[in-house]
Ligand binder design. Structure first.
Ligand SMILES: COC(=O)C(/C=C/C1=C(C)CCCC1(C)C)=C/O[C@H]1C=C(C)C(=O)O1
Ligand SMILES: O=C(O)CCC(=O)C(=O)O
Ligand SMILES: [Fe+2]
Length: 368
């Protein structure tokens, strides 16, 4: 995908939500207040609302990444089956024993927090240009009348290096860039492993996706959600599915619940598990699997007293790759539901439209 030229659009004034919080503004600015139908219902979940078997599945990656994958090993087979049902029924799972150094996760959280805690003027050296997605600010805002999310974002393209914009890499905190680089390499290895396991869970050869992800596109976004006086009126992040193949989400260590996924006509909160990472299927895996594994709509809500941080990695095929349902997953009983297209084109379409549920994926659907 060629770099997107900065569009000349008027997005109006975007308040910095950390500053609003700092200044203890007693009113929520109108642009953040959602119409009634979009407001989150924030009653405390009871076991009746969300029985434990409704919590997103947890996969133990150490059972899947063995030097010698032994298909007769019960632990291995059970975990592959669990992965398959997680992807089919939830589109989301948490992964433990993921192989990413826990100290590195902590370091990444630390530098992200240090970044967001810097004075506004320092962060504004990396201000996102309206209508684009890298840098500090609010991505996916394209007009003056669009509602805003109660979130400050800082996003960086990572791989291939052609998506990097060196002007956005902060000099402070001093260990930020080095930490992001190491983190990016480790998360990439995890994504490679997960994609292989996903292939196996579909009954395919573990290498079927290898070429497609050889030059995988990777980006990171840190989302900072300050506490909000009226969490019942605002959203931390609008409902959307991710355009990636896979997304890896790290929640801050003492995070309150904030991420919610849309399942069985209800918003289900994702309970943070210490040291686990949240994985979700993106639109690209939905297309490749001809809808067998679907990207799931999700959103973030805010908290009255607590701030929240999430660090999100998007992992997607190279922009040059042609995407479409895999031949192995299309037959007379399962005709193709999605057309073939260039992934770079989808990326461009995704990043030039506001977050609105699964609307962006209409781009790929074959209309019947
Ligand atoms: C909610 O999704 C995103 O913010 C997002 C952004 C990704 C990117 C950058 C922050 C920098 C440049 C590259 C890239 C577009 C990956 C999602 O990324 C998904 C969406 C598509 C499509 C994709 O390939 O990754
Ligand atoms: O912060 C969260 O929990 C959700 C983040 C997310 O969905 C995203 O950045 O795409
Ligand atoms: Fe997301």
């Amino acid at each position: 995908m060629a770099p997107i030229p900065a569009p000349l659009i008027n997005v109006g004034h975007i308040d910095d939500v950390q500053e609003l919080r700092k200044n203890k503004a007693s009113q929520i600015p109108e642009r953040f207040i959602r119409p009634t139908s979009e407001r989150p219902s924030l009653h405390k979940p009871t076991n009746n609302d969300h029985p434990f078997d409704n919590y997103i599945p947890v996969i133990d990656l150490s059972k899947l990444i063995t030097a010698n994958k032994d298909n007769d090993d019960d632990d291995y087979c059970n975990e592959i089956t669990k992965l398959k049902t997680s992807c089919q029924d939830w589109g989301f799972f948490q992964v433990m024993n993921h192989g990413v150094d826990l100290e590195l996760l902590e370091k990444m959280e630390k530098v992200s927090m240090e970044f967001f805690n810097m004075p506004l003027e320092e962060k504004q050296k990396y201000t996102m240009i309206p209508g684009t997605i890298q840098g500090y600010g609010q991505a996916f805002v394209f007009s003056e009348d669009q509602k805003l999310d109660w979130c400050n974002m800082f996003a960086l393209g990572l791989e291939p290096h052609s998506v990097r914009n060196p002007n956005f890499w902060p000099t402070k905190p001093s260990d930020f860039s080095e930490t992001v680089d190491i983190y990016s390499r480790e998360i990439r290895k995890l994504c490679k492993n997960l994609v292989e396991c996903i292939a196996i869970s579909l009954g395919l050869n573990d290498g079927v996706f290898e070429e497609m992800f050889d030059d995988a596109v990777q980006a990171v976004r840190m989302n900072y959600y300050p506490a909000c006086l009226r969490p019942d009126l605002v959203l931390g992040l609008s409902p959307h599915s991710d355009g990636s193949a896979l997304t890896v989400l790290q929640q801050g260590k003492d995070n309150s619940v904030g991420l919610q996924i849309w399942k069985d006509d209800t918003w289900i909160p994702v309970q943070p598990i210490p040291n686990a990472l949240v994985i979700n299927i993106g639109d690209t895996i939905e297309v490749l699997t001809n809808g067998r594994y679907k990207s799931v709509e999700h959103r973030a809500v805010t908290h009255k007293e607590k701030d929240r941080l999430s660090i999100v990695t998007f992992y997607a095929p190279s922009y040059e790759i042609e995407i479409g349902p895999m031949v192995h997953l299309v037959d007379d009983k399962n005709p193709a539901k999605y057309r073939r297209y260039n992934h770079g084109e989808y990326s461009k379409h995704y990043v030039t439209n506001k977050l609105e549920g699964k609307k962006t994926l209409e781009f790929a659907k074959i209309k019947i």
